[in-house]
Design a protein around this ligand. Structure first.
Ligand code: ADP
Length: 368
């Protein structure tokens, strides 16, 4: 069983940078877990500690049933795929894939069987005699994955494996790695800074910031129930709109009002209980672009609509990204392409108030 557990793991680099702070995480057997966050948040360090490439300062790492703190990388039964592929340029694809097994003195026949089987899975059988320089980026990437597959490891670790590919190939390889996960039924831990990659590939996602795990959850759970403003803004594309303002009670209702006076929205009754203690206080209001809905008659609804000038219209095909200037704050809406917003003209959008978020302005934690 290839479960991976981090218990209170910490990493302080020489020089004092605390790259990972008290990380607790369980990756279940056969699970695909993605570590995501902005550059420098500690993703790679976490992965490299699991691989044994980086010593841990405090805490415990367990792979399967074994505490691996003092187990060297080669004995951890893991295989890692790197961003730069790290292929040997003078070796053929076959040799690149076989090399790790040759070093481990596997019988020749077994090596051959494993290499051919991995090549088959990845659709690179016809490339086995080529050298890396005669391969495209996507093919090199497959060879790097193949080299991991032949090891039959307990756990696959991926460190931004798609970053060097162009956008189209990245989308294709993303799906291939997901399929690979299904067919190999292995535990995989995958690092990326790209939230779309995380959302589309992960069974669960670990969102990190400044060395701290912010939230661990399934993709849609993260999207719908972010624990704080950072997770809310990091997950989702285009990102969630965030507006500073105040919660105001009036005539039995609670409203969110921004500083410009343009936004005055009524919070649904069933959400009000959660706002106790926050009335009259400064908060951040969050609404996703897809929850800013086209108002067909262009007639503002009291307590629900935002009526503001259009800054930019971005046609996306079936949809439009619409940027509104809401008192100096830019807000994005994603609406159907049949709407006809005009730049520098006011446009009315209805906010889907069932899906809005409110964050504490000081702690940035989610209130609703
Ligand atoms: P990420 O993978 O999320 O971009 P890293 O894990 O690479 O982040 O880095 C986390 C933090 O640790 C960063 O501040 C980075 O500068 C620092 N760091 C990474 N590697 C080293 C190192 N070998 N020595 C000192 N600091 C490092």
């Amino acid at each position: 069983m290839a479960r991976v557990e981090l218990r209170n793991v910490r990493k302080v680099y020489p020089g004092g940078v605390e790259a990972v702070k008290n990380a607790d995480l369980v990756v279940n057997d056969k699970e695909f877990v993605v570590l995501v966050g902005p550059s420098g948040c500690g993703k790679s360090t976490t992965l490299r500690m699991i691989a044994g490439l980086e010593e841990i300062t405090d805490g415990e790492i367990i792979i399967g049933d074994t505490l691996v703190n003092d187990v060297p990388p080669k004995n951890r039964d893991i295989a890692m795929v790197f961003q730069n592929y790290a292929l040997y340029p003078h070796m053929t694809v076959y040799k690149n894939m076989a090399f790790g097994l040759i070093l481990r003195k596997y019988p020749k026949q077994e090596i051959d069987q494993r290499v051919r089987e991995a090549a088959e899975i990845l659709g690179i059988t016809e490339l086995l005699d080529r050298r890396p320089k005669a391969l495209s980026g996507g093919q090199r990437q497959r060879v790097a994955v193949g080299r991991a597959i032949v090891r039959h490891p307990k756990v696959f670790l991926f460190d931004e494996p798609l970053s060097n590919l162009d956008a189209k190939l990245r989308v294709q390889m993303r799906a291939e790695i997901s399929k690979l996960h299904i067919s190999l039924q292995s535990t995989m831990i995958y690092v990326t800074h790209d939230q779309i990659e995380a959302m589309t590939m992960g069974d669960r996602i670990v969102v990190m910031l400044d060395g701290v795990i912010q939230q661990v959850a399934a993709p849609l759970d993260l999207y719908h129930n972010p624990v704080n403003k950072f997770v809310a803004s990091f997950i989702g594309s285009p990102p969630m709109n965030l507006v500073e303002g105040t919660l105001v009670a009036s005539n039995g209702s609670v409203r969110f009002k921004d500083e410009s006076g343009i936004i005055d929205l009524e919070i649904p009754a069933e959400k009000r209980a959660a706002l106790d203690g926050h009335i009259g206080k400064r908060v951040t209001f969050g609404v996703r672009p897809e929850d800013m809905l086209e108002n067909v008659t262009q007639t503002a609804v009291e307590g629900r609509s935002i009526d503001a000038p259009v800054e930019v219209v971005e046609p996306m095909g079936s949809e439009i990204n619409l940027y509104l200037d809401v008192g100096g704050v830019s807000m994005t809406a994603r609406i159907k392409a049949d709407a006809e917003p005009k730049v520098n003209t006011n446009h009315v959008l209805d906010v889907n108030m069932d899906n809005v978020h409110i964050f504490d302005a000081d702690t940035e934690l989610t209130i609703i």
